[in-house]
Design a protein around this ligand. Structure first.
Ligand code: NOJ
Ligand code: MG
Length: 585
């Protein structure tokens, strides 16, 4: 490769190969992000002094997901709360994270730990008060921390006043008559009432429940206590719009829309799920997921949040969607979470080829802004799904990929999930489905702050215990702060490296031949960085020379804090080791 060219040419793996041509430049057109920032009054309030660049704040940030129940308890009831989060805000400055996303903290009977909302504009007592929330916003803004909140529009709790009114409505003159998805069902010859069809709930069992008050069935994608709102009713949209305005007025910077693929069900309730084709699994949500009407509603929500400034962020929890639907979420003004890396181990053993394929699929969005996620409250922690050995390397990958990364709390410590085998599950998904393997308790284990009893999470008895397997005496913020080589300090350095201009672009290239090591290059006009991650279980030696570029500086390694000049022809990586090499030019 010519010295002063920035051609992305081949890297060699092992000593077998000759240098290979790099072909693909994914999302290289930075123009896409050269969106002119609109000048609005509101920006004065929410501007964090970043408008010297063409990127929006959410294109430059790391999103850190907090599961409020498990982050920090302030009052000793064993359940995390808003005051607890306020007391930890300095931590985000420390780890260079400037956006937090809070899972639901709204009034709720907590059947699905807050994803069953009984009042969208009130705070659950267990999490605190509206004053606490206002204080959280104030303190966050003071520190330049953006706040995204969860928004759960698909369903409300059956304890919501709307549901109560709807089940008591006598006829369609009542404004709440059609607020939920009601159906008479079918009356069999013997007089038995059965649901109108065989649609299934995500948490197991039929998706229809006979309500004894109204004597009709209502549809629920999740628990029987989570009734789906009827988005074919404009009054529902109106009420939900008010909810959005309420939180926008409070100054939240964005919404993460929960369970959006379930927003609509097929109109024709006589449709039954077909028998699966031989050799194929059933398509359980054929009529209840990814219906075409979703996108118009997302557009309407985008319009509402735009009343408060065009830089408010809309993130869609869109799982199991096609490439085409992904495009439609973007087009509607939202960013659909890209979840496939979470499943890498199960999908294809998380080999280098597997990871590269998943990443390329995530980038196949025709110039839209990418995003990646490696953990959340619904999936095993990385240290458990991939193995502890690979936890730091996966943070390295997440934070060096193009687009916006989302980190789940505790992942910066490489923290393991709780070991709750043998204990009765708390997660309704495990309880209703009768399958303990479905339990999400493990990844919801309390944050480990220090080595004291209960890891500094609570002075009381934690709602989920801190278990031995997590090695919390060592794996905790306080202890890890003092160790340069800890996962926490590696994460902090990565968060800093992310701020380098090359990582702010969407430029990335992969070798055209993948071996056992995941390799990609990130670059801008000035500098190229090689990201090299050994996801294999044995050590690997690589030849990464690209044309006549034969040397570089290893600016980061998950195994060493020493910056080192290296020969690209002889790069050695331990299993689970990941490095960043600044290439000489
Ligand atoms: C998706 C959320 O992530 C999950 O935790 C919840 O149980 C369901 N939506 C239902 O709201
Ligand atoms: Mg508490």
């Amino acid at each position: 490769m010519g010295k002063d060219t920035k051609q992305k040419l081949g890297f060699c793996e092992g000593n077998k190969c000759a240098c290979l041509m790099f072909l693909v430049v994914v999302g290289a057109i930075a123009a896409v992000v050269c969106v002119t920032l609109l000048v609005e009054d509101i920006r004065d309030i929410y501007d964090h002094g970043e408008n010297n660049s063409s990127l929006k704040w959410w294109q430059k940030t790391i999103i850190y997901q907090i599961y409020p129940r498990s982050f920090q308890d302030s009052d000793g009831d064993g359940i995390g709360d808003l005051k607890g989060i306020i007391s930890r805000l300095d931590y985000f400055e420390y780890i260079h994270v400037d956006t937090i996303w809070l899972s639901p903290f709204f009034e709720s009977p907590m059947k699905d730990f807050g994803y069953d909302v009984s009042n969208y504009t009130a705070i659950a007592k267990v999490f605190g008060t509206m004053e606490d929330f206002d204080e959280l916003m104030k303190q966050a803004k003071k520190r330049g921390i953006r706040v995204i909140i969860d928004f759960v529009p698909n369903h409300s709790s059956t304890e919501h006043d709307w549901f109560n009114r709807s089940r008591h409505a006598k006829d369609d003159k009542d404004p709440f008559w059609d607020f939920y998805v009601w159906n008479d069902g079918i009356t069999l010859a013997n007089g038995t009432r059965v649901p109108p069809n065989n649609w299934q709930s995500v948490f197991g069992g039929p998706a229809w429940e006979l309500d004894s008050v109204r004597d009709m069935f209502y549809y629920h994608a999740y628990l029987t206590s989570q009734a789906d709102l009827n988005y074919r009713n404009p009054k529902v949209l109106e009420k939900i719009g008010e909810v959005i305005r309420f939180w926008m007025t409070k100054g939240v910077d964005g919404l993460r829309i929960d369970a959006i693929p379930h927003l609509f069900e097929a109109k024709d309730t006589s449709l039954n799920l077909p028998e699966p084709e031989p050799g194929e699994g059933p398509d359980l949500y054929l009529y209840t997921q990814n219906q075409p009407e979703i996108f118009d509603v997302v557009k309407q929500w985008r319009k509402i949040i735009d009343e408060f400034g065009s830089d408010r962020f809309l993130l869609a929890e869109a799982f199991g969607i096609s490439r085409e639907d992904r495009r439609k979420y973007y087009e509607a003004g939202s960013v659909p979470f890209y979840f496939q890396l979470i499943k890498a181990k199960a999908r294809c053993c998380a080999t280098a080829a597997c990871l590269q394929g998943i990443i390329q699929e995530g980038l196949d969005i025709s110039g839209s802004w990418p995003n990646f996620v490696i953990g959340n409250h619904d999936n095993l922690r990385i240290a458990d799904s991939m193995g502890q050995k690979y936890a730091d390397a996966m943070n390295l990958m997440l934070l060096t990929l193009p687009g916006t990364p989302t980190s789940y709390y505790g992942e910066e410590l490489g923290m393991k999930g709780g070991d709750y085998k043998g204990l009765p599950p708390k997660d309704p998904k495990a309880i209703t489905s009768g399958n303990l393997n479905n339990s999400r308790d493990s990844e919801r284990n309390p944050m480990q702050w220090n080595s004291s009893t209960n890891a500094g999470f609570t002075s009381g008895s934690p709602w989920l215990p801190i278990t031995k397997n997590t090695d919390y005496k060592n794996v905790n913020v306080e202890s890890m702060k003092t160790d340069n080589t800890s996962s926490l300090n590696l994460y902090r350095r990565l968060a800093e490296i992310r701020q380098l201009p090359a990582f702010r672009t969407t430029n990335i290239v992969f070798p055209d031949k993948v071996g056992k090591v995941l390799v990609y290059e990130r670059y801008d006009d000035q500098t190229s960085y090689l990201i090299v991650i050994n996801v294999d279980s044995s050590p690997q030696r690589l030849d990464l020379r690209a044309g006549d570029i034969t040397t570089g500086v290893r600016i980061f390694s998950t195994k060493s804090v020493i910056e080192e000049r290296i020969e690209l022809g002889n790069v050695f990586l331990q299993p689970g080791e990941g490095v960043i090499i600044r290439m000489d030019d």
